[in-house]
Design a protein around this ligand. Structure first.
Ligand SMILES: Nc1ncnc2c1ncn2[C@@H]1O[C@H](COP(=O)(O)OP(=O)(O)OP(=O)(O)O)[C@@H](O)[C@H]1O
Ligand SMILES: [Mg+2]
Length: 431
């Protein structure tokens, strides 16, 4: 007789509709500490044990792999520990369920690990904090051949990709052709602390007293309207949006293009492309990748039709690297990229001040700069709930690479037209 296995998970009532949904896509906007991660891990376990797929592959994806490891891995073990024959791979962070299906943990900061796979079901936890291009470009195609499902879950962080997905799930998102997004295949749910009954009232009252109105509204009442807590460029990016400066900004063939790079060795590299036209700094393009050598980025420059003026590099780009015995400047030069300029070394906060001023005269192309713009909006000082203060330096996550490259652009972007000496007219002596 088969033995009955009991998984030690009693769903919180608020999550029952989610576990019982039949739609392929789901968006859950939930307050902090609602039990999002626990519910999602158990959704993956349930799917892995009951969907009956051969060699099923399920994924839990956090914004950072380290976050997935710190939090979700212990939940995985807690809820699968009683299953007979369960196997764990500690270095690759996957578990194999009885029957052979696997659940694996990923981070979108480590997108290379995700390439070349197929997926049957994916949880995107804390979706407002993710690099939104990773789902669109890498994960979504992996769900095609086996008709996999996806869940986007998190707490809001302003009008970013998570907000777009929430609006799509409700069917109120407007497509480019003016029609409404078809949400027939979407499950949608909002869980506010004032309604869920999941957190003790006294705790909520204390939090309301201690947190700013904005932070409370965002974190506990699921407001997409509150500004992102600690956003470094929050004010400037909001003004740029309100002014209509995030729009269609085509390449102007009559002006040269400057680029600014943040170079990540074993990390992401981000590049902004800018032109000066009159008083306007036009930010026409953006590129980011990771896990590839520098010649990849040289090709990115060459593949674009731009006429380059200068390439701005971080202050340490002229230091010799141990591996190659050459500096980044020398490596670029050997590949034909000569007109580089190493930007002066400023502190992060000095650079941020320059970038804030710079944004006020920038026009951004909303399509080509989409990923960079999302990063500039999200780049933030981390808030310590325990200490009640913001960290002195912004948080290092996917958004910090585009933000660093943007600082270098703000520091080094000095087209001649702005610095040209005043025109001297001949003395027109009038008798
Ligand atoms: N169904 C449940 N039964 C018992 N405890 C639960 C359940 N769901 C969540 N919890 C507990 O509630 C706490 C918060 O859970 P979880 O980490 O899933 O919340 P979260 O919404 O992801 O929080 P955060 O906003 O911090 O990411 C944890 O201590 C967890 O063990
Ligand atoms: Mg969580």
């Amino acid at each position: 007789m088969p033995t009955k296995i009991v998984i030690p998970y009693a769903p919180r009532p608020a999550f029952l509709p989610f576990h019982g949904r039949s739609k392929r896509w789901a968006c859950l906007v939930c307050h902090r500490r609602a039990g999002k991660t626990v519910a999602c891990i158990n959704e993956l376990i349930k799917a892995g044990l009951s969907e009956g797929k051969k060699d099923g592959r399920y994924a839990y994806v956090a914004p950072q792999l380290s976050q997935a490891k710190d939090i979700a891995w212990s939940y995985i073990k807690q809820f699968t520990g009683a299953l007979p024959g369960i196997q764990y791979n500690e270095s690759e962070l996957w578990c194999q369920l009885p029957g052979g299906n696997r659940i694996r943990l990923y981070g979108t900061d480590n997108a290379d690990r995700l390439r070349g796979l197929y997926m049957d079901g994916v949880i995107m936890d804390e979706y407002a904090q993710h690099d939104p291009t990773v789902f669109d470009l890498i994960i979504r195609p992996q769900l095609i051949d086996r008709k996999g499902w996806a869940v986007f879950i998190g707490t809001p962080a302003g009008h970013n990709k998570f907000y777009e997905i929430y609006q799509k799930s409700l069917g109120i998102w407007e497509n480019e052709d003016g029609t409404k997004f078809d949400n027939a295949e979407w499950f949608s749910m909002v869980l506010k602390a004032s309604q869920s009954g999941l957190l003790p009232v006294a705790e909520l009252e204390a939090a309301r007293r201690e947190m700013s109105v904005e932070a409370y509204e965002q974190e506990l009442e699921c407001s997409f309207e509150a500004a992102i807590k600690g956003a470094v460029f929050g004010r400037e990016m909001k003004i740029a949006t309100d002014d209509g400066r995030i729009c269609n900004v085509p390449y102007d063939r009559n002006a040269e293009v400057w680029t600014a790079w943040d170079l990540g060795i074993g990390d992401a590299t981000a590049i902004w492309f800018a032109q000066q036209v009159g008083r306007e700094a036009r930010i026409i393009d953006f590129y980011m990748s990771s896990g590839v050598a520098i010649d990849h980025y040289v090709r990115v420059l060459k593949d674009r039709p731009y006429n380059y003026a200068r390439h701005l590099l971080p202050h340490d780009a002229d230091k010799t690297e141990l591996g190659t015995g050459m500096s980044i400047v020398e490596q670029l030069k050997s590949m034909g990229v000569r007109n580089t300029r190493v930007v002066p070394k400023l502190t992060v906060s000095e650079g941020i001040e320059q970038a804030r001023k710079f944004i006020t005269r920038c026009y951004f192309d909303q399509k080509k700069c989409y990923q960079g713009l999302e990063a500039l909006k999200l780049y933030r000082y981390e808030y310590s709930d325990k200490l009640g203060i913001f960290a002195k330096r912004p948080l290092h996550d996917w958004s910090s690479h585009p933000a660093d490259a943007f600082r270098y652009l703000a520091i080094g972007f000095k087209p001649e037209s702005l610095n040209a000496a005043p025109i001297k007219y001949p003395n027109l002596a009038i008798p």
